[in-house]
Structures are given as structure tokens and as C-alpha cells.
Design a protein around this ligand. Structure first.
Ligand code: ATP
Length: 274
């Protein structure tokens, strides 16, 4: 925020942390009660998979659940649920309807709007961030108890737009043991503090591998420090997910709703209670 800030964001182009965007079409999203952002420090750590599993956990607990796939250039949520139909819109083309999974989870993703899901989205940051606002304002979400937003990795334009444009109630950080975990968690916590949003939980994905023959757990990527890091930042909920090729192939094959999601129960409880 500059020293000359008038607090009137409509007349200012600065993309500062305090920016508050004007909101349109409130009817479309007024029924969304809680928004949870799922973030990671880098790509490929399993953030989309964790987003899908958290949504499945939420739906299995009886909550009306939605996922906004804000990973505009690398959307993978529709694939996790086997959604192949394109999203539909009203006659004027101003309102888009989310697709709905077999388990009743409403989903909006760039892949549901593209003619061909392998077409690349070659847009610059501000246009991509604009698409996230469109997803919030122009999609008829209806009554939703809990919406999960799958943010692209890092702290770029899109996560910032999510935090500024959506009423985010809490953040879940997904990490893997190969990363500089303490730095990534610290970045997420600092960003969350700047936005005044709590970090509700950390999911360490690919934390260990459990031998299918003897049941012994192997920390393939080294010893986990996630409990100490969470304690340092007063983050109460931690979940550790194993390397699980079977679960990955179910998610990649569109069957996320068939998975046992109980490993994320404590994260879901933190979300439910926030
Ligand atoms: N615990 C796991 N065990 C085995 N494979 C996993 C696990 N978690 C995720 N994967 C696989 O790793 C790949 C990347 O996962 P995913 O797309 O969820 O990552 P991401 O962090 O969202 O990546 P990006 O941000 O780049 O889209 C997928 O093929 C997924 O099935």
C-alpha cells in the first residue's frame, strides 16, 4: 500500500496486498458459506489430489461441497472426478453452471470450458487472475457449505486474487518432504497473516511409503519435520499421506470419490470448526 492510498481500489491499478476488489453478481455466490484455499510452494506436490480428497471428505460428512479449480493453466480437478461434459451456461451466456460429480460436489474449472482439454491456456497473469474472479462471480454456485479453491503453486497473481476477491476463511498448505518445507510454510503463514486468514492445517503428502509386504514405514525422502514446523507456527492440524500409487491411479483415473479419505479427518475438523 502506498503512502498516498485513498482506500478506493476502484480508481487505483496497484496490485497491493490490501487491494479489495469490487464484487458483482452477488446472487451467484451469496450461498457459499465457507471458502478454503489449498496452496503449495511448488507444483507436483499433490495439491490438486489433496483438494479433491478434502472435498470428498467434506461431502461424505454431509456438507454441500464445491471445488473451484483456480489452477487455470494446469487444471486437473475435473479429471480426478471423471467429469467429461462441458459446463453449460444460461441463454444469455452470462451465468455458468458448475458440473456436479457423482457424489454431488460442484466443480468449476478451465477444463470444463475448453473445447479440448489438452489445449494450453496461454494467458498472462492478470488475465488468468481475471478468470478466477469470473469463476467466483459468474458461476451459479447455489447453496454451498464448503468451497475448496485449488490455487496454483506459489504466491503469484492468482493466489493473491483468491485472497483479495473471495471471502477465504482458512488456508490448507500442502507440502512434500523434498521441499524446503520450513521456508514454504513460513511463506504461507506470512501471506496468511498479511491477509488476516488463519492457516488451518498442513498436509505432508508423499510423507512415507508403507511396504505392502511387511507394513514397515519408510521415509523415502528423509525424516519428516512437519510436526515441529506446525508447532512453531501454532498450526494445530497436521496430516501425513503416504506415497500411494494405487490412490494416485484412482485419482488420475477419475475415481477420487472411491478413496478412503479418513487420513484427512483432522484437517477437515479444523475446516469445519473455523
Ligand atoms: N501420495 C501420492 N502418492 C503417489 N502419487 C501421488 C501422490 N500424491 C499425488 N500423486 C501424483 O502426483 C501427480 C501430481 O499430483 P497433483 O496434480 O495433485 O499435484 P499438484 O501439486 O496439484 O501439481 P500442480 O500444482 O503442478 O498442478 C499426480 O499424478 C498424482 O496422482
Amino acid at each position: 500500500m502506498s503512502e498516498e492510498c485513498t482506500h478506493d481500489c476502484s480508481s487505483c491499478g496497484s496490485n497491493c496486498a490490501e487491494r479489495v476488489e469490487e464484487q458483482k453478481n452477488k446472487d451467484n455466490y451469496a450461498g457459499v458459506k465457507k471458502v478454503i484455499a489449498v496452496v503449495s510452494g511448488k507444483g507436483g506436490v499433490g495439491k490438486s489430489m489433496v483438494t479433491s480428497l478434502l472435498a470428498v471428505n467434506s461431502a461424505k460428512n454431509g456438507l454441500k461441497t464445491a471445488i473451484m479449480d483456480a489452477d487455470i493453466t494446469g487444471p486437473s480437478i475435473p479429471k480426478s472426478f471423471g467429469l467429461k461434459e462441458k459446463a453449460k451456461c444460461d441463454e444469455e451466456g452470462t451465468v455458468i453452471y458448475p458440473e456436479v460429480t457423482n457424489g454431488g460436489i460442484k466443480v468449476m474449472s478451465m477444463n470444463l470450458l475448453m473445447d479440448n482439454e489438452t489445449d494450453p491456456v496461454i494467458w498472462r497473469g492478470p488475465v488468468i487472475a481475471g478468470a478466477v474472479k469470473e469463476f467466483w462471480e459468474n458461476v451459479k454456485w447455489g447453496d454451498i457449505d464448503c468451497m475448496f479453491v485449488d490455487c496454483p503453486p506459489g504466491t503469484g497473481d492468482v493466489p493473491l486474487t483468491v485472497f483479495q476477491s473471495l471471502p477465504v476463511a482458512g488456508i490448507v498448505v500442502v507440502t512434500s518432504p523434498q521441499e524446503l518445507v520450513s521456508m514454504i510454510v513460513e511463506k504461507a503463514v506470512n501471506m496468511a497473516n498479511m491477509m488476516d486468514i488463519p492457516v488451518l492445517g498442513i498436509v505432508e503428502n508423499m510423507s512415507y511409503f508403507e511396504c505392502p509386504d511387511c507394513g514397515k514405514k519408510h521415509e523415502i525422502f528423509g525424516k519428516s519435520h512437519i510436526d515441529e514446523i506446525a508447532a512453531q507456527h501454532d498450526i494445530k492440524a497436521v496430516a501425513k499421506l503416504p506415497i500411494n500409487p494405487e490412490a494416485a491411479s484412482k485419482v488420475d483415473g477419475g475415481f477420487a470419490e472411491d478413496l478412503d479419505v479418513s487420513a484427512l479427518d483432522n484437517i477437515f475438523e479444523a475446516i469445519r470448526n473455523c
